[in-house]
Design a binder for this molecule. Structure first.
Ligand SMILES: [Zn+2]
Length: 350
């Protein structure tokens, strides 16, 4: 199978994005499995390669077709948008926010024009992009807007856990009202299709309830009986192997052991907490997050987007101690998704 072209966004230049990118190119064996390139400020990547003494050269290109995908070279579609004199590592700034935002926007354009097969995003800082005048809750919302997508959902993947979310960045009070049968059914379909792309033939999907004990027969709220249960029945009628509403406090304990291939969470923290319990490891002696594994995938888009699910880690930016594990995992998920898409989508021309 041909190695897909993967565009990696630089992320916020004041965060750990450039560092984990250089480390991934240096140690991740990327070129054996894909044709990687970076979209961002080439000089920033070059400074980081020098700081890490990486035996790699950085080459600025203007167009994807100029890329040679030489394993010794980090090729950067150069936006030339970071002023090194102004850049302060670990600090919020409009300049960094603008650079990070432009990198994401350009990457989306390259995927929409099919110049690249998939996109992988590095962390951005919400405050910085907002200071730069771009008012978004995060990557997911930027991707949705610039691809004109209405039905999308966030999937988090780590080890056995594949958790899709019915709602994400809304107040919890509002999230409860957004649990509606049509939306629940849509995300079951998205989750099923994603699992199939990851090679799980007949995925078993567990749908979490919203309320304690999934409502306990109507004692604690009506959403489980009135919205979630009918959505699961409709999914079953369409041939999906779905069950629920499962009491949310036991669903994830079963999923971690492999009983469910995918889980549907009703709101942000219901899905994020079990995911981070598995992927994140806090070191209580050094008071740092030692491991931040896990991949964030936006489903429902016309293009492929996977991402690390950690932030810019401003507190350690520029120190050379950031782990590139999550970025490597995000790339590893983007590759089969791109290959599957090429295989199945005849309208896809590349
Ligand atoms: Zn979030």
């Amino acid at each position: 199978m041909e190695r897909p072209i993967i565009a990696i966004t630089m992320g916020d230049p004041a965060g750990i994005g450039p560092e984990i990118i250089v480390k991934s190119f240096r140690d991740g064996g990327l070129h054996a499995k894909c044709q990687p390139l970076v979209v961002g400020d080439a000089a920033t990547i070059a400074r980081m390669a020098k700081q890490l003494s990486a035996p790699l050269t950085v080459r600025a290109i203007q167009e994807v077709r100029e890329a040679s995908f030489d394993p010794q070279v980090i090729e950067v579609v150069d936006l030339d948008n970071v002023d090194a004199d102004q850049l302060e590592m670990g600090k919020v700034s409009a300049m960094s926010g603008a650079a990070a935002f432009q990198s994401v926007k350009k990457t989306i354009e390259l995927a929409l024009s099919e110049e690249v097969d998939a996109t992988v995003t590095s962390p951005i800082n919400k405050e910085s992009i907002n200071l730069a005048g771009h008012h978004y809750a995060g990557h997911t919302e930027i991707y949705a807007e610039f691809t004109g997508t209405e039905k999308f959902a966030m999937l988090l993947v780590e080890q056995n856990l594949r958790v899709i979310h019915v709602t994400t960045h809304v107040p919890l009070r509002q999230a409860c009202d957004l649990v509606k049968k049509d939306r629940v059914l849509d995300v079951i379909r998205l989750l099923h299709n994603a699992c199939v792309q990851f090679g799980i033939e007949q995925p078993r999907i567990g749908v979490a309830g919203l309320n304690p004990h999934a409502g306990d027969g109507g004692l604690f709220g009506t959403e489980d009986e009135e919205e979630i249960s009918p959505a699961v029945q409709m999914a079953q009628a369409e041939g999906y192997v779905a069950e629920g509403p499962v009491p949310p406090d036991t669903l994830f304990a079963k999923a971690v052991q492999g009983y469910y291939d995918g889980c549907v969470a009703m709101y942000h923290d219901q899905g994020h907490i079990p995911f981070k319990m598995v992927g994140f490891k806090w070191n209580n002696e050094t008071k740092t997050m030692e491991s931040v594994k896990g991949v964030n995938i936006t489903l429902g888009l016309p293009i492929i987007r996977t991402s690390v699910d950690h932030g810019t880690a401003f507190e350690i930016a520029g120190q050379g101690i950031a782990s590139e594990d999550a970025l490597n995992l995000a790339i590893d998920y983007a590759i089969p998704m791109a290959q599957n898409r090429k295989k199945h989508d005849s309208s896809y021309s590349r």
